[in-house]
Design a protein around this ligand. Structure first.
Ligand SMILES: C[S@@+](CC[C@H](N)C(=O)[O-])C[C@H]1O[C@@H](n2cnc3c(N)ncnc32)[C@H](O)[C@@H]1O
Length: 428
C-alpha cells in the first residue's frame, strides 16, 4: 500500500524513520524532513518517490548504492552524515550516565577499505560476485566498489574468476580479499570441508594455477593455505606482520594508524602519572589480534599481549622477532570472556588497552574495576557495549578523559570509538 510519510529522523542503520499515528515506519533511503511516498509492509517502507527532498541529500558516489546493502549512507551531506554517525554513540553514553562530551568525528577512511568480503553465487554454471541487497539474501553483482582502496580495484574480477573455478560445487561462497604490501591475500569460505574428494583436489589445483595467473600473494581455502607465492606483508609500526588467513584486521590502513595513535596518546596519561619511575611502562594489550597496537606500544613500553586466536598470536610472535629495538612483548593465549585477567595480574600494569569484539569486555572490565589499575584505554566497534563497560569503569572511580569516534567504515552504520579512562579516586 502506498502511503505518504514525513520523515522525522534517521535510524541507527541509516533508514529514515517516520512516526505516524502511533506507528514507526523505517524507510530506506529517506532523510529527515523529507516528504515521501512509500510502499509499507509492517514497519518497513519501500521508497517510491520523494515529494520534498532534503537540502542535505547528495548524489551517491556509487552507481550500485540504490540496490546494494554494502553502504547505508552515501546520500547524506557531510553535516547530516557526521551527526548521524555520532548521535548513536552520544545517546548510548548519555543513557549510561557518561557525561564526557564526544570529540569530533575523526575521518579514518584513508585511501579506502583494505579488506573486502565478497559473496559469490552460481546460476546456470556461472559465478557472480557482489554484496547482498539490504536485509536480503539476494546478491547484487558488482564490477567495482568505490569504497575500496585502489589496490582492491580488481577484487570483484579476481573473486569472480576464483568463484567460477568452484562453480561446479554450487555453494554460496564468501571470498575475503585483503590488500597487502606484497599483493592480494585471498581466503575462500563456504565450500565445506566435506566436498567430494576428487573434485576438490582438482579444484584446489585449479585455484593454485589461478593464484599464479592472477598474481596473488597468497590463496587459502577455509584458512588452509593453498599457495603462498609471497608472504602477504602489512606494516605495523617498525614491524611487518604476515596476518593469518581470515584473521581480524582493522578495515583501513589509516584507521589502524589513527586508532593506534589515539591509544598511544592515551598512554601519555600513564607516563605523566608515573614520573620518577625508573623502569619502562608496563602495558597490557587485551584482545590484541595480530598486534597493531602491541607492536607500536612496544616501541616505548613492555607489553603483555592477550588474545584467544592462536594464529593471530603466532603472527605477532613472528613479527616481534623480526622487528629491531622493541621492548619485551609477552604473549598469552587466553579466553578473556571466560578467564579475564584478575586484579593481582592487572595490578602489575601501568595501563591496560582493550579492543574487544562487538560484545564488549564486561568480564575483564569488572576485574579492572576491582583492581588498582590507574589507566585504561578502550577501543570499541559497538556503542552499546562501550557505554556499558564505560559505566562499570566510572562506578569504580575512573573518569573518561576523552572519547573519540573514528570513522573508518565510511558510508556504513559502524563507527569505532576510543576512550581514555583515568582512575581519579585511588582504589584502596
Ligand atoms: C576487534 S578485534 C581487535 C584486534 C586488534 N586489537 C586489532 O586492532 O587488530 C578483537 C580481537 O579479540 C579477539 N577475541 C575474540 N574473543 C576473544 C576472547 N574471548 N578472548 C580473547 N580474545 C578474543 C579476536 O580474535 C580479535 O583478535
Amino acid at each position: 500500500m502506498a502511503v505518504d510519510l514525513t520523515i522525522d529522523e534517521l535510524g541507527a542503520r541509516g533508514d529514515g524513520v517516520a512516526r505516524t499515528a502511533g506507528r514507526t515506519i523505517y524507510v530506506e533511503g529517506a532523510l529527515p524532513g523529507e516528504a515521501v511516498s512509500a510502499e509499507v509492509t509492517g514497519d518497513r517502507g519501500r521508497l517510491l518517490a520523494i515529494a520534498r527532498p532534503s537540502p542535505e541529500r547528495t548524489e551517491p558516489i556509487c552507481s550500485y548504492f540504490d540496490c546494494c546493502g554494502g553502504c547505508a549512507a552515501q546520500h547524506m551531506a557531510v553535516p547530516l552524515y557526521t551527526h548521524w554517525k555520532t548521535a548513536a554513540i552520544a545517546t548510548a553514553l548519555a543513557r549510561a550516565g557518561i557525561g564526557t562530551p564526544l570529540a569530533p568525528l575523526v575521518d579514518a577512511a584513508g585511501s579506502g577499505r583494505r579488506r573486502v568480503i565478497l559473496h559469490a553465487r552460481t546460476h546456470g554454471g556461472r559465478a557472480s560476485v557482489g554484496f547482498m541487497a539490504p536485509r536480503s539474501h539476494d546478491l547484487i553483482a558488482i564490477d567495482q566498489c568505490p569504497v575500496l582502496t585502489p589496490a582492491l580495484a580488481r577484487a570483484p574480477g579476481v573473486a569472480r574468476q576464483l568463484a567460477q573455478l568452484l562453480a561446479r560445487f554450487d555453494k554460496p561462497l564468501d571470498l575475503q580479499l585483503t590488500a597487502t604490501l606484497t599483493g592480494l591475500d585471498v581466503d575462500i569460505r563456504g565450500l565445506g570441508r566435506k566436498a567430494p574428494g576428487e573434485q576438490l583436489d582438482a579444484a584446489r589445483l585449479a585455484l593454485v594455477e589461478a593464484a599464479e595467473r592472477l598474481d596473488l600473494a597468497r590463496l587459502a581455502l577455509h584458512g588452509d593455505i593453498l599457495v603462498e607465492r609471497r608472504p602477504p606483508l602489512l606494516a605495523m609500526g617498525r614491524a611487518t606482520v604476515v596476518p593469518p588467513p581470515g584473521g581480524f584486521l582493522q578495515a583501513t590502513e589509516a584507521g589502524e594508524q589513527i586508532l593506534a595513535d589515539l591509544v598511544l596518546a592515551g598512554l601519555g596519561e600513564a607516563r605523566g602519572a608515573g614520573k620518577g619511575r625508573n623502569r619502562p611502562l608496563r602495558v597490557a594489550d587485551c584482545f590484541c589480534g595480530c598486534g597493531p597496537f602491541t607492536l607500536r606500544l612496544a616501541e616505548q613500553a613492555e607489553v603483555h599481549a592477550v588474545e584467544i586466536d592462536a594464529a593471530a598470536l603466532a603472527a605477532l610472535d613472528r613479527a616481534r622477532r623480526g622487528a629491531p629495538g622493541l621492548k619485551p612483548i609477552r604473549l598469552e593465549q587466553r579466553d578473556l570472556f571466560r578467564r579475564p585477567l584478575l586484579p593481582p595480574e592487572i595490578d602489575r600494569f601501568d595501563a591496560l588497552v582493550f579492543d574487544p569484539p562487538r560484545a564488549g569486555a564486561e568480564a575483564l572490565v569488572r576485574q579492572m574495576a576491582a583492581s588498582r589499575l590507574p589507566l585504561a584505554v578502550a577501543v570499541s566497534c559497538d556503542a552499546a557495549s562501550f557505554a556499558r563497560d564505560a559505566a562499570i569503569l566510572a562506578a569504580a572511580g575512573f573518569v573518561a578523559r576523552c572519547i573519540v569516534p573514528v570513522d573508518q567504515f565510511r558510508y556504513s552504520a559502524h563507527t569505532e570509538i576510543v576512550g581514555v579512562f583515568v582512575r581519579e579516586k585511588a582504589k584502596r
